[in-house]
Ligand binder design. Sequence first.
Ligand SMILES: [Zn+2]
Ligand SMILES: [Zn+2]
Length: 161
Amino acid sequence: MEEQQEFKIATILAEILDGNNDCSTILDAEFEEEEEYQQTSSAYAKINAMMANLAMSRAQETGRDFKTVLEETQLKIHLKLGEIMAKTIHPGLQVLTKIVVDEEEEEEEPICGICQDEMKAEDDVRAMACKHAFHGQCIFKWLDKKMVCPLCRFCPMQTQE
Ligand SMILES: [Zn+2]
Ligand SMILES: [Zn+2]
């Protein structure tokens, strides 16, 4: 029952992290949008309250010191968070490099080899080790099915060893 509660809190934490994509954003507490910061910090406040509630009921049940139980509970939740996040890391993230399209430099905007649309500077563009580049969302979907470059059949997994 309480294990479930830990898991629930860890899942919410994972969702917050996922919503921000980049974990370092949260760690630095630097947000582009004030609103985004507000939302995230109120979500964290909720999580802190949930952790404290859980620790409080545990401390009362066992007659142990609240602070110690709270630290223990937080640690357990973060371990669970680690397990959850490990599963959500896309294998593509390990084999793709994020690149920025330089619109000034290129005469024509490069074309994504999957959707045939232009790749613009503001797009999330990812390149494989074979130097072929695609929209992040296009290549992630592709790599879910096949772990090869859609253009040259280069297999990133074979060269990783
Ligand atoms: Zn595309
Ligand atoms: Zn390729």
